[in-house]
Write a protein that binds this ligand. Structure first.
Ligand code: C5P
Length: 221
């Protein structure tokens, strides 16, 4: 039995990876499986929370007890997260949001033409949803949690990112061969804006999720 320490709380979790369409059949995407976000949703339900899961392209079975909002692109994910965040106690951005999207969407399939070089692909920036949610909190005590995948100087880069994003907690993953993407396990350090640093050893994504909820729970008023 799990303590229902999130009872009466509304938590919003984004999961998966955005796809930014080029034309009706092609997109720019990433390798996020959505498994960490789904583990966060399952564990939050188990701890009594009302959960809104904003899901981007995971193909995973719906976790029971959560409200699911399906999105495709970063712009759609932003809209869904901001809407759900309006009455949320906690927002956790576990989704891998594309930093850039194609500047133009081509309504017909882009064709190759004999003897012609491909046209260059122009990208524009997507909004930083985490930074926006953290800067414009729906309520003063709202807790905002981000994720960051780093390949080197993990802790130092994590601290810089935590400050830049303005969130309360940042879960920092070191990405490497066996680690993180698509896997059932994860290993991370959770950095807190108040200076805290909680290492989470290699293990199931549920264990990391529960550590996040422990830290969130301690910070909720
Ligand atoms: O800047 P970086 O992509 O490393 O930050 C990762 C964190 O920021 C994740 O929590 C991700 O969900 C969030 N993010 C976002 N909007 C973006 C890019 C990242 O909310 N455009």
């Amino acid at each position: 039995p799990v303590a229902p320490d999130l009872a009466g709380r509304h938590v919003v979790i984004s999961a998966g990876g955005t796809r930014e369409p080029l034309d009706p059949v092609r997109y720019l995407g990433n390798r996020s499986s959505g498994k960490q976000g789904y583990a966060l949703a399952r564990t939050a339900v188990a701890r009594g929370a009302r959960v809104t899961l904003v899901e981007a392209n995971t193909g995973l079975p719906d976790p029971s007890g959560a409200d699911i909002v399906r999105v495709g692109t970063a712009v759609q994910l932003r809209e869904a997260v901001l809407k759900a965040a309006a009455d949320a106690d906690v927002v956790v951005m576990a989704a891998a949001v594309a930093d850039f999207r194609p500047a133009e969407y081509v309504t017909g399939k882009i064709k190759k033409k004999d003897g012609q070089e491909p046209a260059p692909l122009t990208l524009v920036r997507n909004p930083d949803i985490l930074a926006e949610v953290a800067a414009d909190r729906a309520a003063p005590g709202q807790i905002v949690v981000g994720f960051a995948a780093e390949t080197d100087n993990v802790l130092a880069n994590g601290r810089v990112k935590l400050l830049r994003k303005g969130c309360d907690l940042l879960v920092v993953n070191e990405v490497g061969e066996r680690k993180t993407f698509g896997s059932e396990e994860n290993e991370a350090v959770v950095l807190a804006a108040d200076g805290g640093e909680t290492p989470v050893p290699y293990g199931p994504k549920e264990a990391l999720a529960d550590t996040v909820w422990d830290l969130v729970s301690a910070r909720l008023g």
